[in-house]
Design a protein around this ligand. Structure first.
Ligand SMILES: *[C@@H]1O[C@H](CO)[C@@H](O)[C@H](O)[C@H]1NC(C)=O
Ligand SMILES: *[C@@H]1O[C@H](CO)[C@@H](O)[C@H](O)[C@H]1NC(C)=O
Ligand SMILES: *[C@@H]1O[C@H](CO)[C@@H](O)[C@H](O)[C@H]1NC(C)=O
Ligand SMILES: *[C@@H]1O[C@H](CO)[C@@H](O)[C@H](O)[C@H]1NC(C)=O
Ligand SMILES: *[C@@H]1O[C@H](CO)[C@@H](O)[C@H](O)[C@H]1NC(C)=O
Ligand SMILES: *[C@@H]1O[C@H](CO)[C@@H](O)[C@H](O)[C@H]1NC(C)=O
Length: 305
């Protein structure tokens, strides 16, 4: 009995140690390089993303649609959309690791966005992110996300899980061993998927706070108004000067006059996790109306706090 018991207790331990011995993705030992600037110099895809045109994206919404449930927008701040891994040429992939599919409403519903792509299975397991952050005591991160990473017309966790499954899974630096990819995490956290989720959420926040769009605009006298529209060029110049490169601005409405989005383009020095982002001009021209006033609307009464 005794030797058998010993064997059983020792085996799982040995397996773990083996995994640890062969992992070797200590990016602290790798000299960082800028993503997309010399892809042949990437020695470890856990340490530099191969899809290395990194976009920091934000929304200007005027309501959440769930005010009655207490969901409001943060005063004097744009909200987080996400952190996206475009390929160096500006094209992009999505839902790159279906073993980490937590999006309850996959959009698009195939990996290519076309009928011939692999269908993205609907996640029916509910909120994974909130309990995960609670499990690891990431209360401050959760509180920040609840305030600044807002969904419209659906609970915030659905949007967080959409962003994670659609985009984070295409960044090589959050790989967990799917389909021949390396596992960047070793024994950190209970499992590598959990590690990659938390790591990504922290990266999103770390990038977002470097782009205080509301302040940058207001310093140039551009504040939300339902009375006065602004010249597109004035908005773009303000954000270009403050961020260091020309972002993409997104406008909605039939004549593209309602400002709702900004995408800042960057190259990441090493991992996006580390938050050293070099500003770059957009690869997608803004769609806003360049000849008519742009509306930067005030939030709906009762929609912000
Ligand atoms: C991991 O690093 C150790 C120590 O440098 C080395 O002996 C081992 O061969 C490496 N393993 C792999 C898979 O690169
Ligand atoms: C890119 O990196 C490779 C491998 O490190 C190196 O040999 C090459 O000289 C680099 N190219 C440029 C343009 O820096
Ligand atoms: C994706 O959505 C389209 C449009 O609603 C639908 O026709 C198609 O059957 C869906 N494909 C999958 C794989 O769910
Ligand atoms: C790892 O964690 C994720 C997220 O909590 C969970 O969905 C998955 O089942 C876990 N995997 C294993 C092998 O425990
Ligand atoms: C800009 O607005 C004008 C006048 O409303 C309209 O004719 C034009 O099509 C708009 N341009 C775009 C790109 O929507
Ligand atoms: C400003 O206009 C927008 C767009 O019509 C509207 O949603 C919002 O409620 C308005 N805000 C105020 C304070 O009137």
């Amino acid at each position: 009995m005794f030797p058998l018991l010993t064997l059983f207790t020792v085996l799982p331990l040995m397996a773990s140690v083996d995994a640890w011995l062969s992992d070797n993705h200590t990016c602290a030992l790798t000299k960082p390089i800028y993503s997309c600037e010399n892809t042949t110099a990437i020695v470890d895809t856990c340490c530099t993303p191969t899809e290395g045109l990194v976009l920091v994206t934000q929304y200007w919404d005027t309501y959440t649609g769930l005010e009655s449930e207490g969901s409001v927008l943060p005063k004097e701040s744009w909200t987080i959309h996400g952190l996206w891994p475009d390929r160096c040429d500006g094209s992009y992939g999505q839902y790159c690791d279906l073993s980490r599919q937590y999006d309850p409403v996959p959009s698009p519903n195939t990996t290519t966005g076309k009928p011939d792509g692999t269908p993205v299975p609907v996640w029916e397991g509910g909120d994974v992110i909130t309990p995960l952050l609670e499990k690891y005591g990431k209360w401050d991160l959760l509180a920040f996300m609840q305030k600044f990473w807002k969904s419209q017309n659906s609970p915030d966790w659905t949007f967080w899980q959409h962003e994670f499954s659609k985009h984070a899974t295409c960044f090589t630096t959050y790989d967990v061993g799917f389909d021949g990819a390396p596992d960047c995490y070793g024994l950190l956290y209970e499992n590598s998927t959990e590690a990659s989720i938390i790591d990504f959420l922290e990266s999103v926040v770390k990038a977002d706070i470097q782009y205080p769009t509301y302040q940058w605009l207001s310093e140039q006298g551009i504040t939300p108004s339902n009375q006065t529209g602004y010249e597109f060029q004035k908005i773009q110049d303000a954000l270009t000067a403050a961020s260091g490169a020309e972002p993409y601005l997104g406008c909605t409405g039939p004549t593209r006059q309602v400002l709702t989005e900004v995408w800042y383009y960057t190259h990441s020095y090493g991992r996006p996790q580390d938050g050293f982002l070099k500003p770059l001009d957009q690869t997608t021209k803004s769609n806003c109306n360049a000849t008519q006033p742009i509306w930067y609307y005030e939030r709906t009464q009762g929609s912000e706090y």
